[in-house]
Design a protein around this ligand. Structure first.
Ligand SMILES: Nc1ncnc2c1ncn2[C@@H]1O[C@H](COP(=O)(O)OP(=O)(O)OP(=O)(O)O)[C@@H](O)[C@H]1O
Length: 245
């Protein structure tokens, strides 16, 4: 097994007197693609946000390359942020900023020496890669949910991260747009990126996932490899049932 890039060590997360995630331990192997699956409300997004360091556990630890995320100083946090990127389920674009401003900010933070022309060309590159064709000097309210997803995905690609956290990333997209993003993830996977994604689409899970982890009621209920899922019809059925409930 390759070195784990992200480790969840007995992680729990509670909010408003509710145990959302309970005592989860899991190592996300470097260079591998893992699908988080399970029924709605089971805790997948919370696990993804804990792994991405966007939520801090109520108890337990999340380690990035062996370092406790909650104890990292600013330089290490910045390095983790530059190396990783998140596509949120709701896209999470800034309502009061143009798409261009939203896409320019990560480049300004992580590449302070990049000049405006270079930023424009990088933004043009990633928006073309995801197939976004409309203007960039407009605000997200003018976009469909699918177009917002494309911009969110383009933002995730901007700094060429080696770790991708993708939450319901093909939701709201038509087939052509979804296939395009699947193609991008497939190429990133071939380039040994570490990818953690949430999907309710069995075909996408089968196509991309090397590991499948099911979260039900805040707990890990199944951990299998993509090969085991492919080979064992019973396992495939459990996963299928889990994602459709
Ligand atoms: N900060 C919070 N405060 C209160 N409840 C929360 C919080 N975060 C998550 N929850 C609740 O915890 C449960 C799990 O949420 P989560 O979004 O992680 O599930 P999910 O498996 O990703 O669901 P879906 O597939 O519907 O997106 C839900 O019932 C949600 O309302």
């Amino acid at each position: 097994m390759a070195e784990p890039v992200i480790e969840l060590k007995d992680v729990s997360f509670s909010a408003q007197n509710m145990d959302v995630v309970r005592n989860i331990s899991y190592d996300f192997e470097g260079g591998k693609t893992t699908a988080l699956v399970g029924p709605s409300g089971g805790g997948k997004s919370t696990v993804l946000k804990l792994a991405a360091g966007l939520l801090l556990p109520t108890s337990g630890k999340v380690l990035f390359r062996g370092q406790d995320i909650s104890a990292m100083g600013r330089p290490q946090t910045l390095a983790f942020r530059r190396e990783s990127a998140v596509v949120f389920q709701d896209s999470a674009l800034w309502a009061n900023q143009t798409l261009f401003q939203t896409l320019e900010l990560p480049l300004k933070i992580h590449y302070p020496d990049m000049d405006k022309d270079e930023r424009e060309s990088r933004i043009a590159e990633v928006t073309a890669a995801v197939g976004y064709k409309r203007a960039l000097h407009i605000r997200p309210a003018l976009l469909s949910m699918g177009e917002q997803k494309l911009i969110s995905f383009a933002r995730a690609l901007l700094c060429n991260p080696s770790i991708l956290f993708l939450d319901e990333w093909t939701e709201s997209l038509d087939d052509e747009a979804a296939r395009r993003l699947v193609g991008i993830v497939r190429r990133r996977k071939a380039d040994n990126n570490t990818i953690l994604f949430i999907s309710h689409d069995l075909e996408i899970i089968k196509e991309l996932a090397e590991y499948v982890v099911m979260v039900i009621d805040g707990r890990l209920s199944l951990q299998v490899t993509g090969e085991e899922m492919e080979a064992d019809r019973n396992v495939a059925k459990i996963v299928e049932k889990g994602i459709s409930s």
